[in-house]
Design a protein around this ligand. Structure first.
Ligand SMILES: [Zn+2]
Ligand SMILES: [Zn+2]
Length: 581
């Protein structure tokens, strides 16, 4: 119709008069245009050695960790292994923790594999998903042989799976917390692979303690790749003491003089910059300086985050949003101040410091929509953006050639989380975000601003020493009985009434015999005790590895059944989260 400039009405008239015949044909929504494929960027000697070692180890075992430092070129090693699997006529699943990553990796995969690569994530529409689903069930030359996807792609109907690559295996986003099914895609992928007797490569520069422990206890194989591709140097990391900087009056808004100076020099040399702040929005709360009132969500026990660009206050848990008022709700004072800082505020401050440079922000607010990520990533690759500010999204495996400096605005809120994994996460995050710097000939620099420069974690970060980090923390896990030495199950008890929630939780605890598991912690209200008008209480069970899954399940299910059988508790919702990482 387009080429003849006609309308469907004309076409149907022509058909009626039998001048033309209409034939229906399926056209793919998800297949890329057939394109010329290229040979893969050749492996350097270290990559070749790593590839050969993986291939050899995976002949006699099924799971291998590729422990390679940031920018060591793990992707090329995966690609070579994928070619090996494809040559056997089998399918490959390549899982990454974040949609943002698929946009960069898909380009690299399509260069080598053309339209044999399919992509699968939550931003596809239903029709696109159905098409992927259907094409996978038949495994022939005309369909996808490689799926690049996020965690949900483990549920696709593979027919002849040969290998699963789990990139950035340490990432928390592999865990689906809510809603059910609550699963960790990495662990589930290992089960999926066993159905097909398929091989697994877990890749990371900062493996999870569990995975590394599995290597040491000979459950998994490991191959190490400790040099960067092209023998480029690891970035040099420096710590900036915020307390000192404030005392010496060397702070400009949230930037130390030192960090600002280095940003300035990098911009002068046309180098790009990535800045990390793990909060989105302008500021996490606003406060009335007169009466101390902080606007809170009406559905959840949290303060509302201020989004300045929209003049809105919104709840990051339930989405409740109100517009910002100029005066305090309680005392009508106009003395309202934004406290703390998020990515939006950092962006505003930088714009004032560097008005002639292009500054962009990558967080949940700027990447909505199907092409939100790819536009930003493309613009940064094309050097249209000088400084990119982002949340966790910028830390995960993105590969940019021209980044000279990476800055972490505040490392303290990474380490102060109430979670036994806080240090593991903090270490991984700092090493990963640092790894975005200097991925070409010129070595990159990393600056970390903190109020606690003597925190022991920085010793491991500064020296890029995973081994020393692991040794220290695995001992703590053993001493205090945390995974991988026990398994954890978190039970959530939920109800609209705080009292009923508490009573049900108290009863449940009395019904579980600690000797049947190992230890019970709680019940306790979590840091945010009410979300969307529902109160929650947590019970954490530590389960000894000596006890079978079946036995554990019976213990817990029996206890829960007795609680909800009570008339008062019939509307209490009880959820179990196994391995609630
Ligand atoms: Zn007030
Ligand atoms: Zn809320």
């Amino acid at each position: 119709m387009q080429t003849t400039n006609s309308s469907s009405k004309i076409i149907h008239e022509l058909e009626k008069k039998e001048h033309i015949k209409i034939i229906q044909k399926n056209i793919s929504r998800v297949h890329a245009e057939t394109q010329e494929t290229q040979a893969i960027k050749s492996l350097d000697t270290n990559q070749t050695a790593a590839y050969e070692e993986i291939k050899q180890k995976l002949t006699h075992s099924n799971i291998c960790l590729l422990h390679g430092v940031t920018a060591s070129g793990k992707t090329e090693v995966y690609i070579t292994y994928m070619q090996h699997i494809l040559s056997q006529g089998k399918q490959v699943l390549y899982i990454v923790p974040e949609i943002a990553l698929t946009t960069q990796i898909i380009t690299r995969l399509q260069k080598v594999f053309g339209n044999k690569v399919g992509i699968y994530h939550s931003r596809l529409n239903d029709n696109e998903r159905i098409e992927i689903w259907n094409t996978l069930r038949t495994n022939d030359d005309t369909t996808f042989q490689i799926i690049l996807g996020v965690r949900s792609s483990i549920f696709l109907p593979f027919s002849n799976l040969g290998a699963i690559i789990i990139d950035e295996e340490h990432e928390t986003s592999f865990k689906q917390q809510d809603p059910a099914p609550r699963y960790n895609a990495r662990d589930t992928a290992i089960v999926l692979a066993s159905f097909f007797n398929a091989k697994i490569i877990l890749g990371s520069a900062t493996p999870s303690l569990e995975t590394y422990f599995n290597v040491l206890t000979k459950k998994y194989e490991m191959v190490e790749l400790f040099t960067r591709y092209g023998n480029f140097e690891m970035p040099e990391i420096s710590i900036i003491d915020l307390a000192k900087a404030y005392k010496r009056k060397q702070m400009y808004r949230h930037f130390s003089k030192e960090l600002l100076t280095h940003i300035y020099h990098n911009l002068e040399q046309n180098k790009q910059i990535i800045l990390f702040q793990n909060r989105r929005g302008y500021s996490p709360f606003i406060e009335c300086e007169n009466c101390g009132d902080v606007p809170r969500c009406k559905n959840c026990e949290v303060s509302l985050t201020y989004h300045k660009s929209k003049y809105e206050l919104s709840c990051h848990y339930c989405g409740y949003t109100i517009s910002l008022k100029k005066t305090c709700n309680v005392c009508k004072s106009s003395n309202i101040v934004a406290k703390g800082f998020g990515t939006e505020k950092i962006e505003e401050e930088l714009q004032a410091f560097f008005p002639n440079h292009t500054i962009a922000r990558m967080d949940l607010d700027t990447t909505r929509g199907k092409h939100g990520f790819s536009k930003l990533i493309y613009a940064f690759e094309q050097k249209e953006i000088d400084i990119l500010i982002g949340t966790q999204m910028v830390t995960k495996g993105l590969d940019f050639e021209n980044v000279g400096l990476v800055g972490i605005l505040n490392a303290d809120n990474l380490l102060n989380m109430p979670d036994f994994r806080a240090f593991e996460r903090g270490f991984q995050l700092m090493v990963q975000v640092a790894g975005r710097a200097g991925r070409s000939e010129a070595p990159g620099k990393v600056y970390i601003q903190t109020f606690s420069p003597n925190h022991p974690i920085f010793q491991h970060v500064l020296t890029h020493n995973y081994q020393s980090f692991f040794n220290e923390h695995i001992l703590e896990r053993q001493t205090f009985r945390y995974p991988p030495f026990v398994r954890l199950i978190r039970i959530l008890i939920k109800h609209k009434s705080k009292e009923i929630c508490s009573e049900a939780a108290d009863m449940l605890v009395t019904l579980i015999n600690p000797e049947k598991i190992e230890q019970i912690l709680g019940p306790e209200f979590p840091p945010i005790e009410r979300v969307q008008n529902v109160y929650a209480k947590h019970i954490l069970l530590k389960i000894s590895k000596r006890i079978s899954y079946k036995e554990t399940r019976i213990t817990i299910e029996t206890a829960i059944a007795s609680v909800v059988a009570q008339k008062d508790f019939s509307r209490v919702v009880i959820q179990c989260d196994v391995d609630p990482y």
